[in-house]
Design a protein around this ligand. Structure first.
Ligand code: AP5
Length: 215
């Protein structure tokens, strides 16, 4: 399965991608996670990306496209992938079409996570992530057993800098129009399915299972 998860910040792409990737045994490729890891490791990529992530702006297309291309040619992505948070602009979508063509692959499905923005603000400001494995939690909707420790790997839970309310509002503004453009782009390609992402965690999971079931 070669799948894209599309949607505004906080729609639950990362949460659901983690589960589905494990089930299908394919990599969950999240550009945001790759950038955050590079920042933590102090790499050249991290130095270039930090300012954009902290302020909620998008990292330039050229840098992001190159990173995705490099990741998709890795052996583990041969059996399939879930792309989470990429593409985020039309230029990225066009670059992805080209990469996929070059690899002689095709896109099976684009899943669009749709939810009202007031829900997203609540989700993002209450989110905590594991500083080691990146697993997302929510203080109210998806709490860990111990509020400071990751259930999965025991890592420390932290709040992302860009999950402060003013940056969340800015991120939604930066992404709103671009997301609508991408939805139209994939509607024209005829391979997009919309999920009501304001449902409960289980409710979203159920819709997702139906969306990716072989027809
Ligand atoms: P990225 O890390 O991709 O962040 P984002 O798009 O802002 O999306 P999120 O990961 O914040 O949201 P999500 O939909 O995954 O929600 P989650 O599952 O965590 O990007 C960060 C930055 O990196 C960007 O701002 C940009 O600078 C850069 N970047 C990344 N990709 C780029 C690209 N392609 N081009 C350029 N720049 C790029 O869920 C959110 C919260 O809600 C959690 O607390 C979760 O527990 C909770 N939750 C999830 N589902 C439910 C539910 N159904 N009910 C209740 N709570 C729920």
């Amino acid at each position: 399965m070669n799948i894209i998860f599309l949607g505004l910040p906080g729609t639950g792409k990362g949460t659901q991608a983690g589960v589905l990737a494990e089930e299908f045994n394919i990599p969950h490729i999240a550009t945001g996670d790759i950038f955050r890891q590079a920042i933590n490791q102090g790499t050249e990529l991290g130095k270039k990306a930090k300012e954009y992530l902290d302020s909620g702006e998008l990292v330039p297309d050229t840098l992001t496209n190159a990173l995705v291309k490099e990741r998709l040619v890795q052996p583990d992505a041969k059996k399939g992938f879930i792309l989470d948070g990429f593409p985020r602009t039309l230029k990225q979508a066009e670059a992805l079409d080209q990469i996929i063509d070059e690899l002689n692959r095709s896109l099976d499905q684009v899943i669009y996570f749709s939810a009202p923005e007031e829900v997203l603000i609540k989700r993002l400001t209450g989110r905590r992530i594991c500083s080691d494995c990146g697993t997302p939690y929510h203080t109210e909707f998806n709490p860990p057993e111990n509020e400071e420790i990751c259930d999965r790997c025991g890592g420390e839970l932290i709040q992302r800098k860009d999950d402060r309310e003013e940056t969340v509002i800015h991120r939604l503004k930066v992404n709103r129009e671009k997301t609508d453009e991408l939805v139209s782009y994939y509607r024209n390609q005829g391979n997009i399915i919309t999920i009501q992402a304001d449902a409960s965690l289980e409710g979203v999971k159920k819709q997702l299972k139906e969306a990716v079931a072989p027809r």
